[in-house]
Write a protein that binds this ligand. Structure first.
Ligand SMILES: Nc1ncnc2c1ncn2[C@@H]1O[C@H](COP(=O)(O)OP(=O)(O)OP(=O)(O)O)[C@@H](O)[C@H]1O
Length: 611
C-alpha cells in the first residue's frame, strides 16, 4: 500500500536545490542587439583609471615613439638633399647618425611602452576577474536557474581574454596610430601642401573600403563570440550530464548537435577572419596607388624645382607610414570590437542584481532553538502562477516534519523559502519567532544544513569534504562526525582513508557512501534546522540501514524537514504535511491523519496513487 505512495517518488533524477530551480526556466542567450559602446568604454576606463601613474608613463612613451616615427623619414630626406648638394653641403653623415639614434631610441621606447601597458592590462583584467567571480557568488539562486553554467564560464574566460589582449596591445596601437596619422599630416602640409593634397586622394577610398569591411566583420565577430559562449555551455552541460547521455544512448545525437554548433563557430570565424583579411590587401593596393601619384607628380615638381628630391623621399616614406597606422587601425578595430563585446558581456553579469541586501536592521542569531512557523505563505516563481498557496504550520524545536505530496506539489519550493533561496510573495516565515527576512541570510543559513539526494562533493580529500560543514573543525571532530554518520568504517577501508582524494564530484565512491559523507558534513556543521531530501534511488540494504541510523543521529535534537519517501520516516515524524498543487491539504501525525478521511488515509489504504 505504501509502495503506492513511495513508488512515484522512486527513481527520480536526484537533484540539488539549485538544480531544482533550473526546471521550467528558459536558457537566456546573450543579447545581440546593438550595444552601448560608450558606456562600456567608460567602464573599462574606470578600471584603467586606477593605474593613472603608469598609464601616464605609457602615454608619454607613445608620444615619444610617435614623434620618433615621424622624425625618421624626415632625417632620411634631409640626408639625401644634403648629399645631393655636394661637398659644400652640410655633413649628411650627421643626419644618418641621427637616424640610427632615432631607431635605437624608438626600440627602447616601444619596449618600455609595451611592458608597462602589459602590466596595466594584466592588473585590470585581474581586477575584473575578481569582481566578476565575487559578484557571481553574490547572485541569487533564480539567476543561476536561468543561465547555462558553461556560458557563464565563457564570460569568465574567453571574454576576459579578449579584453586582456586588446588592452595589452590594441588600445595602445590605436592611440599611437592616431597620433602618427595626425603628426604625418601636419609635417606633410608644412613641406608641400600640393603633394599632401595629392597623397590624400586615396584616403576617401580607404575610408569607404574600411567602413564596408568593418561593418561586416563587427557583426561576424560578435556572432562568433556568441556561438563560442553557447558551445561552451553545451560542452559543460553534456559533460555534467554524461551519465544521462550514456544511459539514454544519446552519444550520437549529442555529437551531431556539437558538430552543428562547432560548424557555426567555424563559419562565423571563417567569414570574420576572411573578410577582415581583405583589409591589408585593399590598403596595400591603395597604398601603391598613392606611391605612384607621389612619384609621378613629385618628379614633375622636382624637375621644375618646386620641391627637392629629399622631399619626395620623405613623402614616399610618410605615405607608407600613413597607411601603416591606417592598416593597424583597421586591424585593431576588429579586435577592439570583439573586446568591447566581451567586456559588455562581463559587465552584463556585473549589472545583475545581487541577492537583495539584508535589511540594515537585520540581525544575526547567535543560537537557534529551531522553532519554525509558516503563516499564510504564498509564493510564485513566475507572476500569476502560484506555486505555494496560503501555507500555515508550526514546527516546535526538535520536531521532525515529513513533507509529502505528488511531484510538482511544491515540497522543494517550501524548503527553498525557508532557506531564503527564494522570497515569499506574502505571509511570514519565522525562526524562533524572528521573521526570517529580519535575519541576515548568512546567519540564517549557518543554522541550517542540507542533506540532499545528490550531495555535491568537491574535488579534494574526504576529510576536506566533511570539513566543509565547519572549516575550523579538528581532525578528531571530523572523524567523530564520520563515526556518528556511520561513514567511518567505509572511509578507513578506502586506500588513503580520510586522505583519499575524491575527483569529479565524488566519482569512485557509491551514491550511498556519498550520502553518508553528506550526513557527516551536516553533523559537523551542528545546525539547529535540518533539510533532508530522502534518497529515492535504490541503495543496498546494508548501506540503507547505515544511512537511516546516521540520519537518525543527525536529526536528534534538531528541527528536521524531510521530503519523505519512506513509510518509516513518515510514521516516525511528529507532523506530516500533505501538499498538493501548492496547497497544504492536511497536517498532523500519522495516527491523526489516518483517523480522518482525506488524501493521506486514501494513500495509505491504496485508494489513490500519487502521480
Ligand atoms: N525555478 C522554477 N521556475 C519556475 N517554476 C518552477 C521552478 N522550480 C519549480 N517550479 C515549479 O513549481 C512547482 C513546484 O515545484 P517543486 O519542485 O516545489 O515540487 P516538488 O513537490 O518538490 O516536486 P518533486 O517531488 O518532483 O521534487 C512545479 O510546478 C514546478 O514546475
Amino acid at each position: 500500500m505504501w509502495e503506492a505512495l513511495s513508488e512515484p517518488f522512486r527513481y527520480r533524477r536526484p537533484k540539488t536545490l539549485v538544480e531544482e530551480a533550473d526546471r521550467g526556466a528558459t536558457v537566456k542567450r546573450p543579447k545581440q542587439k546593438a550595444k552601448d559602446w560608450r558606456a562600456t568604454l567608460r567602464r573599462i576606463w574606470h578600471y584603467l583609471s586606477h593605474r593613472k601613474g603608469r598609464l601616464s608613463l605609457v602615454l608619454l612613451m607613445v608620444l615619444l615613439s610617435s614623434a620618433l616615427t615621424l622624425l625618421g623619414p624626415y632625417l632620411i630626406g634631409r640626408a639625401i638633399d644634403h648629399y645631393l648638394e655636394g661637398p659644400g653641403g652640410k655633413p649628411w653623415l650627421l643626419f644618418l647618425g641621427g637616424l640610427v639614434a632615432v631607431y635605437v631610441l624608438s626600440s627602447v621606447v616601444s619596449w618600455l611602452q609595451n611592458i608597462w601597458m602589459i602590466s596595466i592590462a594584466q592588473e585590470t583584467v585581474y581586477r575584473m576577474r575578481v569582481d566578476l567571480f565575487g559578484h557571481l557568488h553574490k547572485l541569487p539562486i533564480p539567476f543561476f536557474a536561468k543561465r547555462q553554467r558553461g556560458e557563464l564560464m565563457s564570460r569568465m574566460t574567453n571574454d576576459m581574454d579578449n579584453v586582456s589582449s586588446t588592452l595589452n596591445s590594441s588600445a595602445i596601437q590605436i592611440f599611437s596610430s592616431v597620433l602618427i596619422l595626425v603628426g604625418t599630416v601636419i609635417v606633410m602640409l608644412l613641406l608641400s601642401p600640393l603633394l599632401t593634397l595629392l597623397t590624400f586622394l586615396v584616403v576617401p577610398l580607404m575610408a569607404i573600403g574600411m567602413r564596408w569591411i568593418t561593418r561586416r566583420t563587427g557583426v561576424l565577430f560578435k556572432e562568433r563570440q556568441r556561438n563560442l559562449g553557447e558551445l561552451n555551455g553545451y560542452i559543460e552541460e553534456t559533460l555534467s550530464g554524461q551519465r544521462i547521455v550514456k544511459a539514454f544512448s544519446q552519444e550520437e545525437r549529442v555529437i551531431r548537435e556539437f558538430e552543428d554548433r562547432n560548424l557555426r563557430i567555424k563559419l562565423s570565424g571563417f567569414w570574420a577572419q576572411a573578410i577582415s583579411g581583405f583589409i591589408p590587401k585593399v590598403m596595400n593596393g591603395l597604398n601603391n596607388l598613392s606611391f605612384a601619384i607621389i612619384a609621378g607628380i613629385g618628379g614633375i615638381l622636382a624637375i621644375r624645382g618646386a620641391i627637392t628630391v629629399g622631399v619626395i623621399v620623405i613623402f614616399v616614406e610618410y605615405a607608407r607610414q600613413f597607411t601603416r597606422p591606417l592598416n593597424d587601425l583597421a586591424n585593431q578595430w576588429n579586435t577592439l570590437l570583439s573586446a568591447i563585446a566581451g567586456a559588455e558581456r562581463v559587465f552584463e553579469i556585473l549589472d545583475e542584481d545581487v541577492e537583495a541586501k539584508d535589511e540594515a536592521a537585520s540581525r544575526s542569531l547567535d543560537s537557534v532553538q529551531g522553532a519554525v512557523a509558516f503563516s499564510n505563505v504564498s509564493f510564485s516563481y513566475n507572476p500569476g502562477e502560484q506555486t505555494l498557496k496560503d501555507i500555515t504550520f508550526e514546527a516546535r524545536p526538535g520536531e521532525t516534519i515529513a513533507i509529502i505530496g505528488p511531484t510538482g506539489a511544491g515540497k522543494t519550493s517550501l524548503i527553498q523559502l525557508l532557506s531564503r533561496f527564494y522570497e515569499a510573495d506574502s505571509g511570514t516565515i519565522t525562526v524562533d519567532g524572528h521573521e526570517i527576512t529580519s535575519i541576515r541570510r548568512e546567519s540564517l543559513r549557518s543554522h541550517m544544513a542540507f542533506v540532499l539526494q545528490d550531495s555535491f562533493l568537491f574535488e579534494g580529500t574526504i576529510r576536506e569534504n566533511i570539513r566543509y560543514g565547519k572549516l575550523d573543525a579538528t581532525d578528531e571532530q571530523v572523524e567523530a562526525a564520520a563515526k556518528l554518520a556511520n561513514a567511518h568504517s567505509f572511509i578507513v577501508r578506502l586506500p588513503g582513508g580520510y586522505d583519499k582524494i575524491l575527483q569529479g564530484d565524488g566519482s569512485g565512491i557509491s551514491q550511498g557512501q556519498k550520502q553518508l559523507l553528506a550526513i557527516a558534513r551536516a553533523i559537523l556543521a551542528d545546525p539547529a534546522i535540518l533539510v533532508l531530501d530522502e534518497a529515492t534511488s535504490s541503495i543496498d540494504t546494508v548501506t540503507e540501514i547505515k544511512i537511516q541510523e546516521g540520519l537518525q543521529r543527525l536529526m536528534e535534537g534538531r528541527t528536521s524537514f524531510v521530503i519523505a519517501h519512506r513509510l518509516n520516516t513518515i510514521r516516525r515524524a511528529d507532523q506530516i504535511l500533505v501538499l498538493k498543487d501548492g496547497r497544504l491539504l492536511e497536517r498532523g501525525s500519522h495516527e491523526e491523519l489516518l483517523a480522518k478521511p482525506g488524501l493521506y488515509s486514501e494513500l495509505f489504504h491504496g485508494n489513490v496513487q500519487l502521480s
